[in-house]
Design a binder for this molecule. Structure first.
Ligand code: DX5
Ligand code: ZN
Length: 215
């Protein structure tokens, strides 16, 4: 059984409190918060004030996904804005080891994310230092995109590394997750499923979250 992290990128921003309260009573384990800077990814989402506002109403930990350049500049600010997990992109961090240590110093759990074209093997020297590896199953920047099929074998390779060395990090997958691919992802070793549009566009988001959880 996987943990579920609904992405509020797909929520109704004019009714964010209502949607966060829905997630509070759901079977979701985290609230996934997508931060986009218009530089690392083509899109801009929102920043610390919105994260803080979500945190004010949320009873679940915030899983903050930083799709931004030079994320070190904002780690402390997002920790103060309520992030429990802070995930940075491998592709945005030339000094990833330092960045991971910094996330721990500001009091959050460190995660590292990989774009679809980045092989899991580049993380071999850092896997023992992170709490989470986020595998992007779409190109980051937008919700509602089509799941990339290559993700399955990538997760299998990451899971094999995890078992071989006895690492404890969780494997999260993000992008195009739905009830068709969720069971296969869990079978390959995914611990946390992020789902945005599939949850918030569904007629009954509470049931959709529960269905994903038992997938
Ligand atoms: C994409 C974001 C995702 C997005 C997922 O760049 O990182 O978290 O919200 O949305 P869906 O589930 O609609 O693909
Ligand atoms: Zn995300």
């Amino acid at each position: 059984m996987a943990e579920i992290a609904p992405s509020i990128l797909a929520a109704d921003f004019a009714n964010l409190q209502r949607d966060v309260e829905m997630l509070n009573v759901s079977q979701a384990d985290y609230i996934h918060v997508d931060i986009m800077d218009g530089m690392f990814v083509p899109n801009i989402s929102f920043g610390m004030p919105v994260c803080e506002a979500v945190h004010k109403h949320a009873t679940k930990p915030l899983d903050v996904h930083l799709m931004i350049e030079q994320p070190d500049r904002y780690l402390e600010a997002f920790a103060k804005a309520g992030a429990s997990i802070l995930t940075v992109h491998y592709e945005a961090c030339p000094h990833l080891h330092r960045t991971i240590q910094r996330i721990k110093e500001v009091g959050a759990l460190p995660g590292v994310a990989l774009n679809p074209h980045t092989p899991v093997e580049v993380l071999s020297e850092i896997l023992g230092d992170v709490s989470l590896v986020l595998i992007m199953s779409v190109n980051p920047g937008f919700g509602g995109q089509k799941f990339i099929q290559n993700t399955y074998q990538k997760i299998a390779r990451l899971q094999a590394l995890k078992e071989k060395f006895g690492y404890t990090f969780k494997i999260e997958v993000d992008g195009g997750v739905n009830l068709d691919n969720a069971p296969l992802l869990v079978k390959e070793g995914v611990n946390i499923l992020v789902a945005g549009s599939f949850v918030f566009s569904s007629e009954d988001p509470l049931k959709t979250i529960a269905d994903l959880k038992t997938s």
